[in-house]
Design a protein around this ligand. Structure first.
Ligand SMILES: CC(C)(COP(=O)(O)OP(=O)(O)OC[C@H]1O[C@@H](n2cnc3c(N)ncnc32)[C@H](O)[C@@H]1OP(=O)(O)O)[C@@H](O)C(=O)NCCC(=O)NCCS
Length: 170
């Protein structure tokens, strides 16, 4: 049985492996197979977001932590930096529950929206978030902050033409 709770410092060391495992799904998507072996957030980055941002984990009562979501409050909403579910646990609604919990946490902290950037067209990215209530921003509607996020992704080697910015009003 899965429950969603706030992440604690004790979780941080386990989260990079969960993200690594989650990325295996990209081996199914021609052209993005390399994401499966890409860099993941470090335990220190997790600790920083646990301390200063929003950090949630999905925990199974037998297996322990199997997924996480983290982000930061910005003037235009809670920006989700990463969501990842261990490969063995995908497709069971855990991602959906993490996003719903992020929405509740964001609203409690006064945020009016969730934002994120993701891969266009990949079934478990843009279309999935659209099914959860996000909308894709047209190029001329992307805020300067989100443009900067995409620009930084480009500097990190991600082809920016494959990325989109999305928002869900709370
Ligand atoms: C995105 C992610 C967190 C979703 O977690 P999850 O627990 O599997 O999410 P859910 O079970 O709520 O839903 C998975 C959705 O992906 C879709 N999906 C999953 N695997 C799929 C596949 N192989 N082909 C097509 N669609 C697939 C499902 O149809 C489902 O959507 P639906 O509920 O609308 O039908 C998970 O896929 C993951 O960790 N991916 C790798 C990391 C990643 O892409 N992070 C997002 C960065 S923006």
């Amino acid at each position: 049985m899965i429950s969603i709770r706030a992440a604690s410092d004790q979780d941080a060391d386990d989260l990079p492996d969960i993200e690594r495992s989650s990325g295996a799904i990209f081996r199914e998507w021609p052209g993005l197979e390399w994401i499966a072996d890409d860099t993941v957030q470090s335990a220190d980055q997790h600790r920083a977001l646990i301390a200063q941002g929003v950090a949630l984990v999905a925990e199974d009562w037998e297996s322990g932590v199997v997924g996480f979501l983290n982000g930061e409050l910005t003037p235009d909403g809670l920006h989700i930096w990463q969501i990842a579910v261990h490969h063995d646990w995908q497709g069971q609604g855990i991602g959906r529950r993490l996003i719903a919990a992020a929405g509740r946490t964001a609203a409690e902290r006064g945020a009016k929206a969730l934002t994120l950037t993701t891969f266009r067209d990949v079934p478990w990215n843009e279309p999935y978030y659209q099914r959860l209530g996000f909308r894709t921003l047209a190029d001329d509607a992307i805020t300067p902050r989100l443009l900067k996020v995409i620009e930084n992704e480009g500097k990190a080697g991600i082809p920016v033409e494959l990325r989109c910015a999305m928002v869900m009003q709370l």
